[in-house]
Design a protein around this ligand. Structure first.
Ligand code: SAM
Ligand code: SF4
Length: 454
């Protein structure tokens, strides 16, 4: 396995980095990319004061869980993990057990009663709380406030340091009737553009070649800033950073997917030909009850416009099946839309009522078996569409950014975000490699390298 490039957390001259202190941290993360980015930040903070990562929770000097509550199943997994850790806590009471993520916001009292063995519950918007169990962090407080979401290889576990997530906007101003996120992550708050550009520059200087800008509604970036600049301006600023090869952003809201953003994606060198645009349902009445604020035609038109500007662009979307009151005819509208538009990736979810949301007041009237059937039908449709689409790529040459190794093979992604595996004797980690596709499946491609890595 190739050696990974090291990303310094600060410029080489920075005096703040503490020597390794022999202590280890364990971080467990569930949920979206925002949680992954937050976990990387916690890891970077702990590294700054001398901790090192361990994948073995029983060997850790601090255990951090980063939680998700978007669906009941995720919340149940967090509760299961917390309960399982009670044994470790009994054996090693001195090891702090910390819970962060969306489960914590506004829920600390209830959680303290339910999980008394947890030492600290901290809100993901308040990383400084970690000082309460890691006092060393207090010495670096001023500096830590500036510490970005660095993806130092050791801070990020399995990831290679080639790609990084960078949050650019927190929270969400929509109130989709099924969604708990606005209650847990608050109102949209954009980071200043200069901070983001500085962070990406630092990442690229450390070896990162691909950056994904993150937000629950990433294309609302700037709406709350006073300088009138938005996502398109930010994309231009980040694209201009020397050494950055690829730029992505997610998740976009259809209502804010403006011509300007799409035109800018098409025009810039680094912005990848890939768009993540959740539709959630293909029926206008369901969309209305979901409070999504757009119609199926609007979503479809945005995709047609994008495809017109960027031939070959790949499209990912999210869909919820079994929303309260969703009839068979309404489900078929979703089926037809997905068939007609033929996305490259569909993240499917079965509706799960979330406490405090509007739809939780309505009967969850689609039986679980029926939700499963609808889920399966869409899964099969998507498998068929992807099988056909990928089969047409046989013999094509694709540019792959190599992110690491899996089962003895190099693995990376196309600009369109398709996973590709290939064999190569050379050390190509972090390199762009042209790969000729020799085998296709619905979910990934296999190939052989051609030419020199760069
Ligand atoms: N902001 C994005 C958008 O507008 O689509 C999505 C963010 S949400 C945290 C991630 C995904 O979780 C959603 O796209 C949706 O499909 C799914 N999701 C959210 N609430 C859900 C619920 N109550 N039941 C099932 N899936 C849900
Ligand atoms: Fe949730 Fe809707 Fe906001 Fe997405 S846009 S985070 S689904 S409320």
């Amino acid at each position: 396995m190739a050696s990974t490039p090291l990303i310094p957390l600060h410029p080489a001259t920075s005096p703040v980095r503490l020597a390794p202190n022999g202590k280890r941290f364990f971080i467990w993360t569930i949920g979206c990319q925002m949680n992954e980015a937050d976990s990387a930040k916690v890891a970077a903070m702990l590294q700054e004061v001398g901790y090192r990562r361990t994948e073995d929770e029983t060997a850790a000097d601090i255990v951090v869980l980063n939680s998700c509550v978007v669906r009941q199943a995720a919340e149940d997994k967090v509760a299961g993990k917390l309960n399982a850790l009670a044994k470790l806590k009994r054996a090693k009471p001195e090891v702090p057990l910390v819970l962060t993520g969306c489960m914590v916001t506004n829920q600390q009292e209830k959680l303290r009663e339910r999980f008394p063995h947890v030492d600290l519950f901290f809100d993901p918007s308040d990383f400084n709380q970690l000082q309460r169990v890691v006092p060393e962090l207090a010495d670096l407080e001023d500096d830590l406030a500036q510490l970005p979401h660095y993806y130092a290889p050791e801070a990020q576990g399995g990831r290679s340091g080639v790609t990084a997530f960078v949050p650019i906007i927190y929270g969400c101003n929509f109130l989709c009737s099924y969604c708990i996120v606005p209650y847990r992550r608050g109102k949209e708050t954009s980071r200043p553009m200069a901070d983001i550009v500085r962070e990406v520059t630092h990442l690229v200087d450390g070896g990162v070649r691909e950056v994904t800008l993150l937000g629950q509604t990433v294309n609302a970036y700037g709406h709350d800033l006073s300088d009138g600049r938005g996502l398109a301006d930010l994309l231009r600023a980040v694209d201009a950073i020397p050494g950055l090869e690829r730029l992505r952003f997610l998740t976009s809201h259809p209502k804010y997917m403006s011509d300007e953003i799409i035109d800018t994606m098409a025009e810039l060198r680094t912005t990848c030909e890939h768009m993540n645009l959740p539709v959630q349902a293909g029926d206008d009445e369901v969309l209305r009850r979901m409070r999504r604020t757009y119609t199926r035609d609007l979503w479809r038109e945005r995709i047609a416009y994008t495809r017109g500007k960027m031939p070959g662009v790949t499209i990912a979307t999210d869909v919820i099946v079994g929303f309260p009151g969703e009839t068979e005819a309404q489900f078929l509208q979703t089926y037809d839309l997905l068939q007609a538009v033929a996305c490259d990736k569909v993240h499917l979810a079965m509706y799960s009522p979330r406490p405090g949301t509007l739809s939780a007041r309505w009967a969850d009237d689609i039986p679980h078996e029926e939700k499963q059937r609808r889920h399966q039908e869409l899964e099969q449709l998507q498998e068929r569409l992807c099988t056909e689409r990928n089969a047409r790529r046989l013999g094509d040459t694709e540019e792959i950014l190599v992110e690491g190794m899996a089962k003895g093979r190099w693995t990376g992604r196309t600009r369109g975000n398709t996973l590709v595996h290939f064999d190569d004797e050379r050390d190509v980690l972090g390199k762009l490699v042209d790969v000729r596709i020799t085998r296709t499946t619905p979910w990934f491609l296999m190939g052989e390298p051609v030419g020199e890595p760069h």
